[in-house]
Design a protein around this ligand. Structure first.
Ligand code: PLP
Length: 236
């Protein structure tokens, strides 16, 4: 079942990439395994998944302890609480959800203490919904300039979560906006800034996201089925 879903999603990503004249190999599938057991994740690994997305540090810790890092990457996609920062360096290969300058500063401070340089994405609140975490689009260039001076962070790109809508076309303007924001940042010619990654697209709209330039789609339900516990922006 998971193997079939995986093949189907990969195929649809390939077709969406081709429609947009993109190389399908430039898009990676993050299998969002939050609220699923290590056993389910193992099934994902057997199906060919090599990147897993978690949104709670403690849950991720347990799964990573059971399954390790060999041949797989673990990405953090949830709202990160300050008291959990110290755990992320050993656990995660990429944090998608750095959603404020204050959080970036806190991660940087810890990273510098420990001698790490943490790969991160800056989460942008493109829709401006008050319920959503993320940097205000108008502050993004300024925040990126500041982050570029942090030795403990390596900003690899941008991430966003659009308002939920069953019609995937409703997500398109938000994804196009994030891509344009990335292009604007790159035009500033900030030394060493590349922003190669755009983390956008979920189960209901990942094809639209790929058409708009996504390099990391975060797919949970379409791959693993419905989660028992529905939590939207769980903190961890
Ligand atoms: C849960 C979650 C996803 C996956 O959502 P699905 O609709 O199940 O694909 C993607 N991104 C983030 C940030 C999430 O919290």
């Amino acid at each position: 079942m998971i193997a079939d879903n995986f093949k189907n999603i990969k195929q649809r990503i390939r077709l969406a990439a081709e429609r947009a004249g993109r190389n399908p190999n430039d898009i990676r599938l993050v299998a969002v395994s939050k609220e699923h057991s290590a056993t389910v994740v193992s099934e994902g690994i057997r199906a060919g998944s090599d990147i897993f997305g978690e949104n709670k540090v403690q849950d991720a810790k347990d799964k990573i302890k059971a399954l390790g890092h060999d041949g797989i990457e673990w990405h953090f996609i949830g709202h990160l609480q300050k008291n959990k920062i110290k755990f992320i360096f050993d656990l995660f290969d990429l944090v998608h959800s750095v959603d404020s300058l204050v959080l970036a500063e806190a991660i940087n401070e810890k990273a510098e203490d420990l001698g790490f340089c943490m790969p991160i994405l800056l989460q942008v609140n493109v829709s401006g919904e008050s319920s959503k975490f993320g940097v205000d689009p108008k502050n993004v260039t300024e925040v990126i300039r500041k982050i570029m001076s942090f030795k403990g962070l390596n900003v690899r790109g941008l991430m966003t979560i659009p308002p939920y809508d069953p019609n995937p076309e409703k997500s398109r303007p938000y994804y196009a906006c994030l891509r344009e924001l990335r292009d604007t940042c790159l035009k500033l010619d900030i030394p060493r800034l590349s922003l190669d990654e755009l983390s956008m697209g979920m189960s209901n709209d990942y094809e639209v996201a790929v058409e708009e330039g996504s390099t990391l789609v975060r797919v949970g339900t379409a791959l693993f089925g419905e989660r028992l516990l529905k939590s939207k922006d769980a903190t961890g």
